[in-house]
Design a protein around this ligand. Structure first.
Ligand code: C2E
Ligand code: MG
Ligand code: MG
Ligand code: MG
Length: 283
């Protein structure tokens, strides 16, 4: 853990080891203040359809620029979940995502946006109403925002998570199951989810070309998900060989460093226009 972090020249903060330390109290209050002062950021990572090479959506991912050498994004989220800050954090992310969406529309891009939702959010009694109010601010042509929830997080509280997701889905929110295949969950549970999309975890994708077993698992997952009516996204695609394999397997969409890492808004605009003109040249 810490040795590896040191090798990389970073001292990652370890929330679980020093739960009551002064450091932790400091960073929690810094996070609370950063939320108030609007000093967090969203980076955006495109999702591309394999058949057409079209950009079909963007995932919003939290960043804390001042702390980028100390805290990974998943550690920010863990910290927020452990300290009650996940409620304001998720609301900040959702509100900023709407800002991103309208700025994209100003530039002529009508793209679906996805946000990651914590299981704690699904336990907030006022979350569905909050979401409904927020989405009612969207114009009709602006579509909606997809919620990504991880398979593993749902399993902490399967019954409540399921009913909360159904409520959200009934109000028109598409649901995507994130990190699928990374954890333990029963297929009978998965089939009850009101999801329209499944994202296959990076751990099954990163060695696809080298591992025949992973190809069997991924092919079977794609076929099963299609039979159940889900669209399938592969996460963490880093090379052309993997993208070609996934296309042959019938996977619908990819995300990953092959296309681009998550980008700040202005860089994303540049990437989008370049991706668009490359498509025109090919097409
Ligand atoms: P995730 O939702 O599964 O997001 C994908 C993660 O994989 C992102 O890490 C992304 O930068 C990274 N990634 C994408 N393509 C590649 C690739 O080709 N190779 C490799 N090695 N990595 C790739 P990131 O941004 O550090 O986020 C980590 C996790 O933190 C996310 O996993 C998500 O679970 C959580 N997270 C991030 N932002 C939020 C947020 O706003 N709210 C909540 N609740 N969770 C968030
Ligand atoms: Mg995600
Ligand atoms: Mg994921
Ligand atoms: Mg993940």
């Amino acid at each position: 853990g810490s040795d590896r972090a040191r090798e990389r020249g970073m001292a990652y903060y370890k929330p679980s080891r020093d739960s009551f330390s002064a450091d932790r109290l400091t960073i929690v209050s810094e996070l609370r203040q950063a939320l108030i002062d609007n000093r967090l950021a969203l980076h955006l990572q495109p999702k591309v359809a394999l058949a057409s090479n079209e950009v079909v959506g963007l995932e919003a991912l939290i960043r804390w620029p001042e702390k980028q050498d100390q805290l990974r994004p998943d550690e920010i989220v863990d910290l927020a979940e452990q300290t009650g800050l996940i409620k304001p954090l998720t609301r900040w992310v959702l509100e900023q995502t709407l800002v991103v969406r309208s700025r994209l529309l100003d530039h002529g891009w009508a793209l679906n946006l996805s946000v990651n939702i914590s299981p704690n959010n699904l336990r907030e009694p006022d979350f569905p109403l909050y979401v409904q109010r927020l989405m009612s601010k969207l114009q009709k042509h602006q579509g909606t925002i997809t919620f990504e929830v991880t398979e593993t997080s749902m399993m902490q509280d399967p019954t409540n998570s399921l009913s909360a997701l159904r409520l959200l889905n009934d109000t028109g929110i598409p649901i995507s199951i994130d990190d699928f295949g990374s954890g333990y969950s029963s297929l009978s549970y998965i089939k009850q989810l009101p999801a329209s999309e499944i994202k296959i975890d990076r751990s099954l994708i990163s060695d696809l070309a080298a591992r025949a077993e992973d190809r069997v698992i991924v092919q079977t997952t794609i076929d099963m998900c299609h039979s159940l009516g889900y669209r399938v996204v592969a996460e963490g695609v880093e090379d052309d060989i993997t993208a070609d394999l996934l296309r042959d397997m019938g996977c619908d969409m990819i995300q990953g460093y092959l296309l681009t890492p998550p980008l700040p808004f202005d860089e994303l605009l540049g990437w989008l226009s370049q991706a668009g003109s490359e498509r025109q040249q090919l097409g």
